[in-house]
Design a protein around this ligand. Structure first.
Ligand code: UDP
Length: 318
């Protein structure tokens, strides 16, 4: 197969490129490096089945030749990023999704949308199954991401129903691992980098809010299976093991052997109090479930960030 992956230089996009290439497929990667980083695809430049286009998918996009698949992964994905770039976030979820669907339609290609657990907002149902419609504040600071992704899901279903595009929707829950940006502001990268630099770990609120963390290799495997399945309705892909954010901070301090302490800072507006995927559909439809648990995944992620020690990427941004 020949697939187009938007957001190819991002954390998930680049790991997905690797997966398709490892299985013998051809990949056209597209990224404008807004939040992606060239280092994530440096090893692919020159690969005979990889081609890279530097471009913003929110603008008109032309891709030559045939395509069998389009996977739309371009978007800021950290709350800190989408707070700083709300308009780009709204555009890539709306105009970017429209353009990516247009390419899929023109090429007769299968389309997969990277959606998110944020479509459930600050959920009133726990754990979250795909049948839950969510509890999102459209005018709050996270609204730009949540509503863009909800629009993207609606647009994807419209292209399926009205235009016959063969579509898939994955709802991705908190994912971590190598190639996260050291300073993208998400909790796993923040805590590990802070611990490695000997700085205090910034716990927002009292740390009793929960998240369920999925290691990147599991997440990519679930997405890859969904892409190759026949399932058109949304599927949650995430690890259902739930932790408080304080437990995560303590585990990071233990595994890095850091002398860092924890400081409590104000909880951001609309921060979801709980989050845990119900993965019954992924289990039954895709035969998928995560295999890497938090302790092991964190050890591998810490190793990755240690490897950046001494490079400008690990230093706090000036
Ligand atoms: N968080 C934290 N310290 C940080 C970054 C995040 O305590 O330095 C908390 C944040 O308030 C949220 C959770 O960790 O409750 C997960 O945040 P993240 O930004 O990773 O993603 P989210 O799940 O909110 O989209």
């Amino acid at each position: 197969m020949k697939v187009l992956i938007t957001g190819a230089a991002g954390f998930l996009g680049s790991n997905l490129c690797d997966r398709f290439l490892a299985d013998g497929h051809e990949v056209v990667g597209l990224d404008n490096f807004l939040t992606g980083h060239p280092d994530n695809i440096a090893h692919l430049i020159g690969h005979e089945r990889f081609q890279f286009i530097r471009h913003n998918i929110s603008e008109y996009t032309y891709v030559a030749g045939h395509l069998d698949g389009v996977l739309h992964f371009a978007s800021p994905a950290s709350p800190v990023d989408y707070l700083h770039m709300p308009i780009q976030t709204l555009k890539v979820g709306s105009l970017g999704t429209h353009n990516a669907l247009g390419i899929a339609l023109a090429k007769g290609a299968r389309f997969l949308l990277a959606s998110t657990s944020e479509v459930y907002g600050d959920p009133l149902v726990h754990p979250q199954s795909e049948s839950y419609w969510g509890h999102v504040n459209p005018v709050g600071p996270r609204g730009c991401y949540d509503e863009a992704k909800r629009f993207a899901e609606a647009m994807t279903m419209a292209y399926h129903r009205a235009q016959g595009v063969d579509t898939r929707i994955v709802r991705i829950f908190n994912t971590y691992g190598p190639r996260m940006r050291p300073h993208d502001g998400r909790v796993v990268s923040n805590f590990i980098v802070q611990a490695l630099l000997g700085e205090p770990l910034t716990l927002y609120g009292d740390g009793s809010q929960t998240r369920s963390f999925c290691f990147v290799s599991d997440e990519v495997d679930g997405i890859y299976r969904l892409f190759h399945s026949q399932e058109r309705m949304p599927v949650n892909i995430g690890n259902p093991n739930e932790f408080t954010v304080r437990q995560l901070a303590e585990l990071v301090i233990e595994l890095t052997g850091s002398a860092s302490k924890v400081v409590e800072l104000p909880l951001p507006a609309d921060d979801p109090k709980v989050r845990q995927p119900d993965i019954t559909r992924a289990r039954t439809l895709l035969g998928w479930e995560p295999t890497v648990q938090l302790r092991e995944g964190l050890v591998r992620t810490i190793e990755y960030f240690r490897g950046l020690s001494g490079t400008p990427r690990l230093q706090p941004p000036t």
